[in-house]
Write a new protein. Structure first.
Lengths: 214, 375
């Protein structure tokens, strides 16, 4: 995939360039601030922009704002936001639109190379990738505790993976289940939480995230 | 209006009191009696000032100097008020008498361009009111003079001093909280920009090594990770030291400052002239003043040399940090503002003298407080 990388720490930027290049991706631009990121994305039209949240000049949420602009102005570019902390607030802002081609991960996840590359791949293909920590916080703070309490432990696991953005087959692989079993669990979850039975991946991820956010 | 009315009453009461004070000071008294009389008058003065001038002066009001000045202003004021008041009342009474008795004459009033015929009664009453108002104005003026006189001779009263102290404490307290928050932000930035990024970098290198199919490449990545990990440890140690140098507690200010001088990118000479160890909060303040001043000098001044002098007087402990750089340091910068807050929370003063072109001199003067049983 063609990737634009925005990360202000030189150390991490170089590390990420190596990591992505080793994995066979092409880093078409590696920049250190939000303005340069927006330029590079407009110019290069990459498959994915990997964006650090905290960048100069303000060192606050420049990355999130840039990510939202990219999603609004350059459709078709996946955005993977990396953050040192999980901020539900950022997640909520990013989820303002559809979760298509959107990822929000803790920065530490880059250490788990295979997982990170998997998330990047999902975002590049128009899927979603949300950090397990983001999902954990969504689950902890949701107002739907009663409905969630009705899920079996297995269904909770499936829900967890679903919210992270994994497709049915990936969930089956990760939980060592048959695809049909996963589909059965998904139907049960939709019933218990009163969500629409919908085969479309993105609508399903969006529905579950919106549900948890409330 | 209430306050003005109070002042008027106070001034009027002050006139007979001034007469008594003048007599007390001028008459010949039997030995010891004058002191008692003056003390009594002082109490009367204090009561008068408290009642009508909202001043709290428990001590000093009985001093001869104050009473003498009060006698002079009181008598002069009394005369200045009494004269127009007398004339005014005379006119008023005369006018009213004429009006009631029907004895008024027609009087022509001729002013440039104006010619009016009026009755002498009206004229008398009008002028009487005018002059009485003048007398009131003079009385308020005398009140203002007395206020100033009291302030000049007796200084702020206890209540006034307490009020100022409370203002000062409230402002240094909120300043201290702001300084703590600022400090925390700085620590978070230090951790985020340094330690956390390096930590992620180390983990990423090891992750790539694990992920790598080529053993030679993996070994190279592990080597890099090892180097990064050592950098991470240095960084963590550095951040911890910036947060609080334990050497300050264990070895004292002198050693801690020597440590700062050694780490500095500029040559720093430290003259330590304290005979005893200050209490911990003073030591910490002195230490951070020096460190921040040196950091500023290194970053902004282009100085070649920094001199630190820590000295004491019987009542103060002072640190002066001077550099030979280009000056222009702003006391409103984040670091210096934090120091100013820290120093003023200890009732000290913090000054930055840094004219454009240099040199820069940063001074903190703290009330002296040495550790008990330490020398």
């Amino acid at each position: 995939m063609r990737i634009v990388l925005a990360e202000d720490s030189v150390l991490l930027r170089e590390g990420l360039v190596h990591l992505l290049t080793d994995a066979g991706h092409e880093v078409v631009a590696a920049v250190g601030d939000a303005a340069a990121l927006l330029d590079a994305v407009a110019r290069e039209r990459p498959d994915v922009a990997v964006v650090d949240v905290r960048m100069p000049p303000g060192q606050s949420d420049e990355g999130v704002r840039a990510a939202l602009r990219i999603r609004a102005e350059v459709p078709g570019v996946g955005v993977l936001v990396l953050s040192q902390y999980v901020e539900k607030h950022y997640a909520a802002r990013l989820l303002g639109g559809a979760p298509e081609g959107l990822g929000y991960l803790l920065k530490d996840r880059v250490a788990d190379v295979a997982e990170f590359l998997g998330a990047l791949q999902r975002v590049g293909e128009g899927g979603a990738a949300f950090d397990p920590e983001v999902v954990r916080q969504l689950l902890a703070r949701t107002s739907h505790h009663d409905a969630l309490a009705r899920l079996s432990p297995r269904e909770r696991e499936v829900l967890d993976h679903l919210a992270q953005g994994f497709a049915n087959q990936a969930i089956a692989n990760r939980l060592h289940l048959a695809l049909s079993t996963v589909e059965k669990h998904l139907a049960a979850i939709a019933d218990k939480l009163d969500l629409p039975h919908d085969g479309d991946y993105n609508r399903r991820v969006l529905a579950i995230l919106r549900y948890l956010e409330a | 209006m209430g306050r003005r009315a109070g002042t008027l009453v106070g001034v009027v009461v002050g006139v007979p009191l001034a007469v008594a004070e003048a007599l007390a000071l001028l008459l010949v008294w039997p030995p010891g009696a004058r002191g008692r009389v003056l003390a009594l008058l002082g109490r009367a003065e204090a009561a008068r000032l408290a009642r009508w001038f909202d001043r709290d002066v428990r001590d000093g009001a009985g001093r001869a100097r104050f009473l003498a000045a009060r006698a002079v202003t009181g008598l002069a004021g009394g005369y200045l008020i009494a004269t127009p008041l007398f004339v005014g009342l005379l006119l008023l009474v005369g006018g009213i008498w004429q009006a009631l008795a029907g004895e008024a004459n027609t009087v022509p009033v001729v002013l440039p361009g104006i010619r009016i015929l009026t009755s002498s009664a009206t004229l008398g009453i009008a002028n009487g009111v005018l002059v009485v108002l003048v007398a009131l104005g003079v009385a308020l003026g005398v009140g203002a003079v007395e206020r100033r006189l009291t302030y000049a001779l007796l200084g702020p009263g206890e209540r006034e001093r307490l009020r100022r102290r409370i203002d000062e404490l409230a402002s240094t307290r909120s300043g201290m909280l702001a300084a703590i928050d600022e400090e925390r932000r700085r620590i978070e930035r230090d951790l985020h920009d340094g330690v956390q990024q390096r930590g992620v970098a180390v983990a990423m290198l090891l992750g790539r090594a694990r992920h790598s199919a080529d053993p030679a490449a993996a070994a190279g990545l592990v080597d890099q990770a090892w180097t990064e990990a050592r950098g991470l440890l240095d960084e963590a140690r550095e951040v911890a030291w910036r947060i609080y140098p334990t050497a300050l507690d264990e070895l004292g200010l002198h050693a801690a400052l020597a440590g700062v001088a050694e780490r500095s990118a500029l040559p720093v000479t430290v003259h330590h002239r304290l005979s005893a160890r200050p209490v911990s909060e003073v030591e910490t303040a002195l230490y951070f003043v020096v460190r921040e001043a040196i950091t500023n000098a290194v970053k902004h001044s282009g100085a070649r040399d920094v001199v630190v002098v820590v000295a004491e007087t019987p009542t103060t402990t002072t640190v002066v940090v001077s550099d030979d750089g280009r000056g222009g340091a702003s006391p409103d910068g984040q670091g210096l503002r934090g120091l100013a807050r820290r120093v003023s929370a200890l009732d000290g003063t913090f000054t930055v003298v840094s004219p454009a072109g240099g040199p820069t001199e940063i001074t903190a003067v703290l009330p002296r407080a040495d550790r008990a049983g330490d020398s």
